[in-house]
Write a protein that binds this ligand. Structure first.
Ligand SMILES: [Zn+2]
Length: 152
């Protein structure tokens, strides 16, 4: 016999999970839960998973992210900007379409992902058009203007 159950309450306000299971006698033989993915924009997605997990991500959902493609942003980049206009992600070796940067939001640099030791490298500031996002969810831009920053 299978059942469908809905739960409220949990580690986050407004938490809700749906669990499917198969009852064998008095034991629940199989519990298949839903993993809820939550993003800083307030959107959620869900996928089948074991147990009832909430994944709170420190970035916006892919729809909100992709809606920003074409937007002009101010950015900071550490290290020499690649002359080819392409930035290689050293962690997985893939070439990204554009140059990956950190966005400057209200005067504050939005460092995302792995950024150890980068403050030792020369710092550049500029403006660019978002063409996509990198594996750490950092913006990848087509550079409009760039200059070496006094800092760094
Ligand atoms: Zn969203």
């Amino acid at each position: 016999m299978s059942y469908l159950a809905s739960f409220r309450g949990g580690p986050y306000p407004g938490y809700r999970a749906i669990t499917r299971g198969i009852v064998l006698g008095t034991r629940i033989a199989l519990i298949v839960g839903m993993t809820i993915n939550r993003f800083t924009c307030g959107h959620e997605s869900s996928e089948p998973g074991w147990g009832n997990d909430i994944h709170q991500y420190p970035f916006v959902c892919s729809e909100c992210r992709n809606a920003r493609i074409g937007e002009k942003i101010e950015f900071v980049r550490h290290g020499t900007p690649p002359s080819s206009g392409y930035s290689v992600n050293h962690r997985d070796g893939t070439t990204e379409d554009g140059v990956s940067v950190y966005e400057v939001k209200n005067g504050t640099i939005d460092y995302v992902g792995w950024y150890f030791d980068i403050s030792d490298r020369p710092m550049f500031r500029g403006f660019g058009i978002i063409v996509g996002f990198g594996s750490d969810h950092e913006p990848v831009v087509k550079i409009l203007s760039i200059k070496k920053s006094r800092r760094g």
